[in-house]
Design a binder for this molecule. Sequence first.
Ligand code: VGL
Ligand code: ZN
Length: 196
Amino acid sequence: MRNRGALVIVDLQNDFCPGGGLPVPDGDAIVPVVNRYLDLFRAAGVPVFFTRDWHPQKTVHFKGFGGSWPPHCVQGTEGARFHPGLKVPDDAVLMTKGESPEEDSYSGFDGHDAEGQTLEAALKGKGITHIYLGGLATDYCVRATALDGLKKGFKVTVLLDAIKGVELKPGDSDKALEEMLARGADTSTIDEIELV
Ligand code: VGL
Ligand code: ZN
């Protein structure tokens, strides 16, 4: 069977950028690169998916309720919107995750589209076998989405110039990348990208 690709951009939202509730250092620096990938993939007719972290005010994900994180990406807030510089195409598919007050939901594969379809079903419905991954954060949601994708049988290419990590501990992003590679992901940058 022929491989078919999709671009999946994870959680490129205000709260993960400098000034936000859970800022990834230099998180916004990937926005122009992601926009270049978007142009490239759309020109090649490759479908584009965006995930968004979309939490209730009270969730075990947040520090105040037993979790690890300061409040971020609360449903309907400015912090939960995509970075204003991001050129989200009209025909992009939006996958929402993190709505359950009882779960962390780091993986984009925990998300669903407007019709309630999971990311896996939405990808497979379009015959997609290969995902190209960018977004935030390398050591959490990009990592979890990559590992889930591999587990579900997708080819996964991590876009090295379109990701950034939280780095609660220095080295977390490198560790996450090594883990993704060890499980079968490959990597690319915009100059060497080969689309399927
Ligand atoms: C994320 C921490 C908490 C992410 C989401 O998008 O990587 N990280 N919630
Ligand atoms: Zn979150």
